[in-house]
Design a protein around this ligand. Structure first.
Ligand code: SF4
Ligand code: SF4
Length: 457
C-alpha cells in the first residue's frame, strides 16, 4: 500500500490542483447501478418517513418547542439523551468497522455530500451536455445560449435544494404545517428562514463546494487511513498488470512491452474528486468505484480481462476473529447497552422531593405529617392513571387524593401529605413511594425516604 499520499508535497500539490473545477464524466456500470439503487432507496425513505402517521400524529418528529422526539410509540425527552449517545457511538463504530473492511464505501456510496453532488452533476450533464461540452461552455464568452443553459441549470439546482431543505425541515415541522403553507406563502418567517438557510447550504455544498468539502472540510477523510489494515478492500490499480501503459488500437495484438492500461484517461475523467488512481492510494479517494466501472468498460472493449482497477487488498482478507475483535466488541457492547436501555425504559418518570417550604408538623391526632412534591411525567401518547402507594411503615398513610391522571407527554406536579403514628420512635425507618401505572400494573417506580422519629423525614 503506497503511503506517499501523506507526503507534504503531495498534499500541497493536491490542494492547488483541487482549485480547478472538476468536470465529472458520466459513467455506467455495475457499481454505478448499485449506488443509484441504494441512493434511490435511501432518498425515498428520507422524503417519505415524515408522511407516516402513528396515532394520527407524525410518527417521526423532533418537537423542538416541547423538547421531545417522537418515534412511533416512543417519545424521548432530554433526560433520555443517553440512548441518543449510545446510538451515535454504535453508528460510529459500525462505520469504522465497515471502513476497516471496505475502505470509504460510506463516502462513495451513501454520504449525502457525494449523493447530492452526483445528482447535481447529472442535472449539469443533461443541460450542458458531456463533461467536455460543459468545459468548453465555461470557457466561452457569455452569449444568450450560455445564459439560458446556465440559468436553467441553476434553477433546477435551486429547486432540488429547496425540496431537500423542505424534506429536512419536515422532521421538525409537521408536514401539514410545512408544505402547503410554504407554497401558499402562509408559513411563519422562522420556518421560511430555516428552509431557505438549508436550501442555500445544499445549493452551495452540492453545486459549488462539491468535492472540496470531502478534501478540506470533512474530518472523516483525514483519519480514515487509521482504520485501514493490509486486508482492507480499497479501489486500486494493478500496477504490475497495467504498466507500461500506452495507447493502442482496439484490435491490435497485445505487445510484450506494454501493460493492459491503454492510457485512455477515462478513470480520471469519471473521478468525482479528480484524482488519478494509477498514482496509488490517495487520501481524496472516496472508494466510489466509478473508475472501476470505467476501466472495466475499456477492458471489455479491448477484450482484456476486467479488474485492472478493482476493489482489492494488499493481502488476502483474513477472517480470523482477531481482525473483527476490536470494533466488533465495541459494537456488541453498545448494542447491549441499547438493548438494556430498551428493557429498563419506562414510559413514565417520577421525581419525589421533600417539600422544603414546610417543616414536619404534629397533627391533632398526634401523628407526624410531612409534605412531598411528586412530579410525574407521562411519556406515552395516552392519558394514564397513576396510583401513589406507600410501603415500609405500616402506619404511613397518604392524606388526600392518592390517584392522579396525567395527559400524554404531560409533566404533572402534585403535593401530597404523609402521616405516620408514634412520633417517639427514635430510629430510622425506610419508607417507599410506589407509583403504579393503573393501566399496565406492571410498571412501578420506587423512591425511598426515611422517617426518623421526632425529626420527621
Ligand atoms: S481506465 Fe483503465 S485503461 Fe483507461 S487509463 Fe484508466 S486504468 Fe488505464
Ligand atoms: S479514484 Fe476511483 S474510487 Fe477513488 S474517488 Fe476517484 S473514481 Fe472514486
Amino acid at each position: 500500500m503506497d503511503s506517499s499520499y501523506l507526503s507534504k508535497e503531495n498534499l500541497i500539490y493536491k490542494t492547488l490542483a483541487s482549485n480547478d473545477k472538476i468536470y465529472i464524466r458520466e459513467q455506467k456500470g455495475l457499481f454505478q447501478r448499485i449506488r443509484r439503487s441504494l441512493n434511490f432507496f435511501l432518498m425515498a425513505i428520507f422524503a417519505l418517513v415524515p408522511f407516516i402517521k402513528y396515532n394520527s400524529s407524525q410518527a417521526v418528529y423532533f418537537d423542538l418547542q416541547q423538547q421531545q422526539f417522537h418515534f412511533f410509540a416512543l417519545t424521548l425527552f432530554p433526560q433520555d439523551l443517553l440512548i441518543v449517545c449510545f446510538i451515535f457511538v454504535f453508528s460510529a463504530f459500525l462505520l469504522f468497522y465497515i471502513t476497516k473492511l471496505f475502505g470509504r464505501v460510506w463516502c462513495g456510496f451513501t454520504c449525502p455530500q457525494t449523493v447530492w453532488m452526483l445528482i447535481f452533476n447529472w442535472v449539469e450533464r443533461r443541460i450542458e451536455g458531456s463533461h467536455s461540452h460543459s468545459k468548453s461552455l465555461d470557457s466561452q464568452p457569455f452569449t444568450a445560449k450560455k445564459l439560458v443553459k446556465k440559468s436553467v441549470k441553476h434553477l433546477i439546482w435551486a429547486a432540488i435544494s429547496l425540496l431537500t431543505a423542505l424534506v429536512f425541515i419536515s422532521y421538525f415541522v409537521p408536514v401539514e404545517q410545512l408544505y402547503m403553507p410554504f407554497f401558499t406563502m402562509q408559513s411563519s418567517s422562522l420556518t421560511v428562514s430555516w428552509v431557505l438557510f438549508f436550501a442555500v447550504c445544499t445549493y452551495i455544498n452540492a453545486g459549488w463546494i462539491r468535492e472540496k468539502m470531502c478534501q478540506h472540510m470533512c474530518p472523516y477523510a483525514r483519519f480514515q487511513s487509521a482504520m485501514f489494515d493490509k486486508s482492507t478492500k480499497l479501489v486500486s490499480y494493478d500496477q504490475q498488470r497495467g504498466e507500461n501503459r500506452g495507447r493502442r488500437k482496439r484490435l491490435q495484438e497485445k505487445r510484450e512491452d506494454m501493460g493492459d492500461c491503454v492510457n485512455c484517461n477515462l478513470c480520471v475523467q469519471v473521478c468525482p474528486v479528480g484524482i488519478d488512481i494509477r498514482n496509488g492510494l490517495q487520501y481524496e479517494c472516496i472508494n466510489c468505484a466509478l473508475c472501476v466501472d470505467a476501466c472495466d468498460m475499456i477492458m471489455e472493449k479491448f477484450n482484456y480481462q476486467k479488474g485492472l482497477i478493482a476493489f482489492t487488498s494488499e493481502q488476502t482478507p483474513f477472517n480470523g476473529w482477531k481482525r473483527h475483535a476490536g470494533y466488533g466488541s465495541f459494537i456488541a457492547i453498545t448494542l447491549m447497552a441499547i438493548i438494556v436501555w430498551g428493557q429498563t425504559w419506562q414510559d413514565f418518570e417520577v421525581n419525589i422531593i421533600r417539600d422544603r417550604q414546610a417543616l414536619y408538623r404534629v397533627n391533632q391526632e398526634g401523628k407526624i405529617e410531612n409534605s412531598f412534591i411528586i412530579k410525574i411525567r407521562n411519556k406515552s401518547s395516552q392519558s394514564k392513571q397513576y396510583k401513589i402507594e406507600l410501603a415500609g411503615l405500616d402506619s404511613a398513610k397518604i392524606i388526600g387524593a392518592s390517584q392522579v391522571e396525567v395527559f400524554p407527554h404531560e409533566l404533572r406536579t402534585i403535593s401530597i401529605v404523609v402521616s405516620v403514628d408514634n412520633p417517639l420512635i427514635d430510629k430510622k425507618n425506610d419508607i417507599s413511594f410506589e407509583i403504579v401505572d393503573e393501566s399496565s400494573k406492571s410498571q412501578i417506580v420506587k423512591h425511598n425516604s426515611f422517617y426518623s422519629g421526632e425529626r420527621g423525614w
